[in-house]
Design a protein around this ligand. Structure first.
Ligand code: ATR
Length: 292
C-alpha cells in the first residue's frame, strides 16, 4: 500500500504544450532533449485544445495525468483568466500565462509567465557585460508586452515603444502599467538615437514576410540589436546590424531560455548552458531541413 501511495503522490512525469494549432511547437524537442540528457523519466507532448475546451482542460490537467504544461497561442490570456488568482507576479502583470505547474507546498495548480525572463536571460548570456539604459521595442503584440515588462522591471531600462498602430502601443502601456514612451513609426530615427538596445518583436523579417526596413544609422556603435524572429536565424535586420559592426542577438535563445524555468519546476533540475546549446543545435538542424 505504501508503495502505491508514493506512486500516486509523485505522479506521472508527463507535461504538454497546449495550443491551437500546436503542430509547429518546438517545445517537445527542447524538453525531451533535456529529459534525456539528465537521464530523467518523463515525457513532453503536444496537446491540441480548441479555445472552447481550454478552461475544462486546465481544470482536469492532473486527472489527464499531467504535472504541468506550457500554454501557447492563442491561449495565454484565457489561461490567465482560468487560473487567476493562482498566478505569479509576471503573469499577473501581463495578464497572460505560458507555464503551469503545481506548487510543491500548497499543491495548487499555478500559472506563471517566463517569456520575459527567457528574453532577458538570453540577452545577458549573449552580451554578458550589457548594462544599457535605453531600449527601443518595435511592435506591440503579446511578445512586446513581456519584453517591455522585463526591460523595465528586471533591466531597469527606459523603453521607447514604436508601433505602426499608436492605439495598440498605448493599450500595451496602459494594460501592463509600463512607463514606456510611445513613438509613431515615422519617429523611428528619433527613437533610435542614443539607444543601447533595439528589439524587433514584430513578425517583419520572418520567412515569407516583408523585411523590417529601418535605418540603424542613428544608433551608437555600442548598441545591441535583438530580433525575436528566428526563422531565419539571421534576419535582414540582424544582417544590417552585423554589417554596421553592432552586436546582435537572435530569437532562438529566447525560446530556449523561456523553457528553462518550467523544466526546473516540473522536473526539479536546473538547465545548464550545455543543455541549452544541445537543444539549440537540434532546432537549428530542424530549421535547416525545413528551409531546404
Ligand atoms: P505577437 O503576439 O506574436 O507578438 P501580434 O500580436 O500579431 O504578435 O503583433 C504583431 C506586431 O507586428 C504588431 O505590433 C503589429 O503592428 P500593429 O499593432 O500596428 O498591427 C506589427 N506588424 C505586423 N505587420 C506589420 C507591418 N507590415 N508593419 C509594421 N508593423 C507590423
Amino acid at each position: 500500500m505504501a508503495e502505491t501511495h508514493s506512486i500516486i503522490s509523485v505522479g506521472p512525469r508527463k507535461v504538454c504544450v497546449i495550443g491551437w494549432p500546436v503542430d509547429h511547437s518546438r517545445s517537445p524537442m527542447i524538453h525531451n532533449t533535456w529529459l534525456k540528457r539528465h537521464g530523467l523519466e518523463g515525457e513532453y507532448t503536444k496537446l491540441p485544445v480548441e479555445p472552447a475546451e481550454l478552461a475544462d482542460t486546465l481544470r482536469f490537467l492532473p486527472n489527464l495525468g499531467f504535472r504541468g504544461a506550457n500554454v501557447t497561442v492563442p491561449h495565454k490570456e484565457a489561461a490567465f483568466e482560468a487560473l487567476a488568482p493562482f498566478v505569479d507576479p509576471p503573469a499577473e502583470r501581463l495578464q497572460a500565462v505560458n507555464t503551469i505547474y503545481r506548487d510543491p507546498d500548497t499543491g495548487e495548480i499555478r500559472g506563471t509567465n517566463t517569456d520575459g525572463i527567457g528574453f532577458w536571460t538570453h540577452l545577458k548570456k549573449s552580451v554578458p557585460d550589457f548594462s544599457g539604459k535605453t531600449a527601443v521595442v518595435i511592435g506591440a503584440g503579446g511578445a512586446a508586452r513581456a519584453i517591455v515588462d522585463v526591460l523595465e522591471t528586471e533591466g531597469r531600462m527606459k523603453v521607447r515603444l514604436v508601433n505602426r498602430s499608436m492605439a495598440r502601443a498605448a493599450s500595451l502601456v496602459a494594460d501592463i502599467e509600463a512607463k514606456a514612451m510611445v513613438y509613431d513609426w515615422r519617429q523611428m530615427p528619433k527613437a533610435l538615437e542614443g539607444a543601447d538596445l533595439v528589439v524587433n518583436t514584430t513578425s517583419l523579417g520572418m520567412k515569407g514576410q516583408a523585411d523590417l526596413d529601418i535605418d540603424l544609422s542613428p544608433l551608437p556603435a555600442s548598441a545591441v540589436v535583438y530580433d525575436i524572429v528566428y526563422v531565419p536565424l539571421e534576419t535582414p535586420l540582424l544582417r544590417q546590424a552585423r554589417d554596421r559592426g553592432l552586436a546582435t542577438v537572435d530569437g532562438l535563445g529566447m525560446l530556449l531560455w523561456q523553457a528553462a524555468p518550467g523544466f526546473a519546476r516540473w522536473f526539479g533540475v536546473e538547465v545548464t548552458e550545455d543543455d541549452v546549446a544541445a537543444a539549440r543545435s537540434l532546432i537549428e538542424d530542424d530549421l535547416k531541413k525545413e528551409q531546404g
